[in-house]
Design a protein around this ligand. Structure first.
Ligand code: RP5
Ligand code: MG
Ligand code: MG
Length: 272
């Protein structure tokens, strides 16, 4: 299946009545001509209120697409994205989403996020010949889904710093006593993915991209006394044994599978 399906589901997250214009798979690419394509226009009120994390509604004010715009990183991991010359709005490199505007996303164009994949070997595995990875996952407050702890990178923030910050906020409830332990754990950080996220909030003109960072605790020593406690925009947090498929948020499944392959863990998707 092609990479992005979840970003064309309806109703739009946070609404009950915003339904995306249906875009048949073959008409997703902008390269396919569709002169009477009419996407629904939607931008959430909280975005239109101009919070510090959101751009101005008037795209004419944006002069530095595809560049570092002051502290705001408007570059895409997927290369140079096109700008609609009439509206000066960026065009989602993955194609038509059936919705224009920014939805719940603050930035026109790429909205950069960071994700953490904190992994170790599971002890209690069914089949002792198979090494099964386990990972720390949260339940998101907005859609209840299991997800990687992660969040948007603040202007000027480095990806690793953002990933650590979001991990502490969401999986350790900003417990001040864990900073040293987390710093030690994240010394083993390894960037495993930089790219598009098939996030249900994506639109024609605003989309999420992430840098996913794996922290693997080979011996289990670094995480054995980690006291998980959900906080911020997470309602729950737990170690999840990766011995079966879970319906996780956005395209986190594909990133999790990358990490399992890298460590030689049990590839559950092959057996069931
Ligand atoms: C996903 O949304 C990213 O992969 C990241 O996990 C998350 C960032 O958004 P919030 O957690 O801030 O909603 O696209
Ligand atoms: Mg988050
Ligand atoms: Mg967060």
């Amino acid at each position: 299946a092609n990479l992005h399906m979840k970003d064309r589901l309806s109703p739009y997250p946070g609404t009950t009545d915003v339904y995306r214009t249906i875009v048949p798979d073959e008409k997703v690419p902008w390269s396919v001509n569709w002169p009477d394509y009419k996407p629904v226009e939607y931008t959430a009120q909280k975005v239109l209120k101009n919070p510090p994390w959101a751009d101005d509604v008037n795209t004419k004010k944006i002069k530095h697409y595809n560049e570092l715009d002051g502290q705001i990183d408007r570059r895409s991991f997927m290369g140079v994205y096109k700008i609609d010359e009439d509206t000066n709005r960026p065009k989602n490199p993955q194609g038509r989403m059936g919705i224009s505007g920014r939805g719940l996303l603050g930035r026109w164009g790429p909205n950069h996020a960071g994700d953490s994949l904190v992994t170790r070997w599971s002890k209690h595995q069914r089949d002792s010949t198979q090494k099964v990875l386990e990972i720390i996952l949260i339940n998101r407050k907005d859609n209840g889904r299991l997800a990687l702890p992660g969040g948007m990178i603040d202007p000027g923030e480095h990806a690793l710093a953002a990933v650590k910050r979001e991990f502490i906020e969401e999986a350790l409830n900003s417990n001040p006593d864990v900073i040293k332990q987390v710093d030690k754990l994240f010394k083993k950080a390894n960037s495993v993915y930089k790219g598009y996220v098939d996030d249900p909030r994506n639109t024609d003109n605003a989309w999420t991209e992430t840098e996913a960072i794996n922290v693997h605790d080979e011996t289990g020593e670094l995480t054995k006394d980690l006291e998980l406690e959900a906080g911020d925009d997470a309602t729950n947090v737990k170690w999840v044994r990766l011995d079966r498929h879970y319906n996780v948020h956005a395209s986190h499944e594909s990133i999790i599978q990358m990490v399992i392959k890298q460590h030689g863990g049990y590839e559950y998707w092959r057996d069931n």
